[in-house]
Design a protein around this ligand. Structure first.
Ligand code: ZN
Length: 217
């Protein structure tokens, strides 16, 4: 039976190197975590959340799924959000998508992938809502890129509309929701200009950055 020995070799090497560089690292890490940020990102293997922002284990709380979607009935995502805010005391939630996202492109092209098509339906809806604006862009690549950005903006606003974030704001908690996008071919993050610390700012930032679709939102 193949037990993936190479990954265990890699793991031992990584643990030894990390402990060598930072003596006591694992001892400290096992006793507590105090991340300051929650990252909601895509499962894509090319987008390693910690590494992109130069943070070590223990510094970034992470939730990832296909195409970085936030559903108000997804208890996995909502539990991560609630735990991050209420228990860990996180003050920044970063929703980060990426250009070239397979889930977004398949939705744009209406290319069937299987069960996951159901998960990705909201992106097809966004593409329909913004069809006229997307059609104005000159190339398929630019249209897909813009759809990646719109998807992140929709998800960031959804984070703001959860009861968890609403209640944190009502209590006067300092909590900011950000919308970023990452480009695979240069490794750089881009801030989409959505930076909300209350619902009014969330709506205003959304209007400014996503504009209005043609069908109701
Ligand atoms: Zn992706």
């Amino acid at each position: 039976m193949n037990k993936l020995p190479q990954l265990f070799v890699n793991n031992r090497r990584w643990a030894a190197t990390t402990e060598q560089r930072h003596p006591g690292f694992f001892g400290e890490l096992s006793s507590q975590q105090s991340p300051r940020y929650l990252w909601i990102g895509c499962s894509d293997s090319r987008v390693p959340a910690n590494e992109i922002v130069g943070l070590a284990p223990g510094e970034l709380f992470v939730h990832r799924n296909v195409a970085n979607l936030v559903f108000h009935n997804d208890f996995s995502c909502l539990s991560v959000l609630q735990y991050a805010i209420d228990v860990l005391g996180i003050e920044h939630v970063i929703v980060c998508g990426h250009y070239g996202c397979g889930g977004v492109i398949a939705s744009y092209e209406q290319r069937p992938l299987g069960l996951v098509d159901n998960w990705l339906l909201p992106i097809r809806d966004i593409a329909r809502m913004y069809a006229p604006q997307l059609a104005e862009l000159p190339t398929d690549l630019e249209r897909a890129d813009r759809l990646c950005e719109l998807n992140v903006l929709f998800q960031a606003r959804r984070v703001c509309r959860t009861t968890i974030v609403q209640q944190a704001w009502e209590k006067g908690r300092s909590l900011t929701v950000h919308a970023w996008v990452y480009r695979l071919n240069d490794g750089l993050l881009r801030d989409l200009g959505f930076c909300a610390n209350d619902l009014a700012t969330a709506d205003a930032d959304f209007e400014r950055t996503a504009g209005a679709g043609t069908i109701g939102r």
